[in-house]
Design a binder for this molecule. Structure first.
Ligand code: PLP
Length: 392
């Protein structure tokens, strides 16, 4: 009744109402998925979605140091899609795990680096839904000898994941994928139930709907009228692929930028083009949809320097936003540098940064020595007896 009343008014109200009714679905319930109206011509849309994320995530102003004076920066808090489930991966998992449950899978097998946010999010989400998780983690060594500062491994272990260490340089197609398949066969033989294999970062043609839907959410938050540019970190390419598809299918009102923290622009354009292809979206090329910002990997994927730690610390101590060492810290650095050095790369000066999460990466100990230096020389006082002389 309420829905009919609203829909008789305007297109916006209809969209809002449909959106709201989807958002009010109970947590963990699997529902039939209907793609946004503007995505109805996509060849293959997932049939199911399981509700995991706390959506919509908020948008607010971000008083970040070092921006050109005329730039107005806002932040979309996809680091707040949930606590243990925080980050961009949860949006993808709503579709990947919805599909897995509808196929009768009782376990999931995924892969990533030793500190993978995607693996941690998968481990937590799987356990919440009653599924077992198996993680293939790239590591320097074939075992773990130290259980201090576990970072992302801590939630994965607490949620009961079974962990397999694989060589650090393992390639997905040639080494990891066959291992996933082998493990899936073993699990199926032992339990009689199928296991769902999830690629690196959950970036496939099902997971991509996480950020196609995020685009719909952003439309409802007036992103297309309030902003000129959107910036996001890019690791396996799934998030930017979803945003690019959403932006393209709704008239390309925004300029999208993805800061790479690992591969180069050719790799990511290939991935986005592959998604466009698999979803049957013709007439568009990744190269025209996304500006891939290269050059901010620093020492390499997952590697950080003292300067990187200084930068993360400065962001947190001046704005209260925690960025992670592997993705968001490097992406924010890239965004600030490019806004200063090559402003012509941006469509305008109203910029939205999507914070993709990753906070557990801060707990792997690499930043500890920086904090030790700062706090041993000030900011920490003994007040066991008299009031300390120094206040600030
Ligand atoms: C915190 C964080 N931000 C950004 C990304 C990049 O997202 P995508 O893999 O969709 O490119 C990832 C994962 O790779 C991540 O864990």
């Amino acid at each position: 009744m309420l829905r009919r009343y609203w829909s008789s008014h305007s297109n916006f109200q209809l969209r809002f109402c449909t959106y709201w009714s989807q958002m009010s679905v109970k947590h963990h319930s699997v529902s039939n998925y209907q793609a946004p109206e503007w995505a109805k011509d996509i060849l293959r849309t997932p049939e199911k979605r399981v509700k995991l994320a706390l959506l919509p995530t908020p948008i607010h102003k971000w008083r970040l140091d070092g921006l050109p004076k005329d730039v107005e920066l806002f932040i979309k808090r996809d680091d707040m899609t949930g606590s243990t489930l925080s980050g961009n991966k949860v949006r993808k998992l709503e579709f990947i795990l919805g599909d897995a449950l509808s196929r009768g899978c009782k376990s999931v097998i995924t892969c990533g680096s030793i500190q993978s946010n995607h693996c941690r999010a998968t481990a937590v989400a799987a356990r919440e839904l009653g599924l077992d998780s198996y993680l293939l983690l790239r590591n320097k060594s074939s075992s773990l000898t130290c259980f201090d500062n576990l970072g992302n491994l801590l939630p994965s272990m607490l949620c009961g994941s079974q962990i397999y260490f694989i060589p650090k340089n393992s390639k997905y197609e040639t080494t990891i994928k066959p291992k996933q398949k082998q493990l899936a066969r073993e699990i199926e033989e032992k339990t009689g139930n199928p296991a769902c294999c999830i690629p690196v970062g959950g970036s496939n043609s099902i997971g991509v709907f996480g950020y196609i839907e995020a685009w719909k959410e952003m439309e409802h938050q007036n992103v297309c009228t309030d902003f000129d540019d959107v910036v996001i970190a890019c690791g396996s390419g799934g998030s930017i692929a979803g945003l690019a598809i959403g932006n393209y299918l709704t008239g390309q009102k925004i300029k999208l930028h993805a800061v790479s923290v690992c591969d180069d622009k050719y790799f990511f354009h290939e991935h986005v083009n592959q998604m466009l292809n698999e979803l049957g979206i013709s007439g568009a090329q990744s190269e025209d949809l996304v500006d891939i910002i290269d050059g901010y990997k620093g020492e390499g994927y997952g590697l950080t320097t003292k300067q990187d730690h200084e930068f993360l610390h400065n962001i947190a101590s001046t704005t209260g936003i925690l960025c992670d060492p592997v993705y968001t810290g490097k992406a924010v650095k890239g965004m600030i540098t490019e806004l200063n050095n090559t402003p012509g790369r941006f469509k305008g000066n109203r910029v939205l940064y999507i914070h993709t999460g990753g906070v557990f990466g801060l707990f792997d100990s690499t930043i500890n020595s920086k904090l030790e230096r700062k706090y041993s020389n000030g900011n920490m006082f003994s007040w066991f007896n008299d009031f300390p002389e120094k206040i600030a």
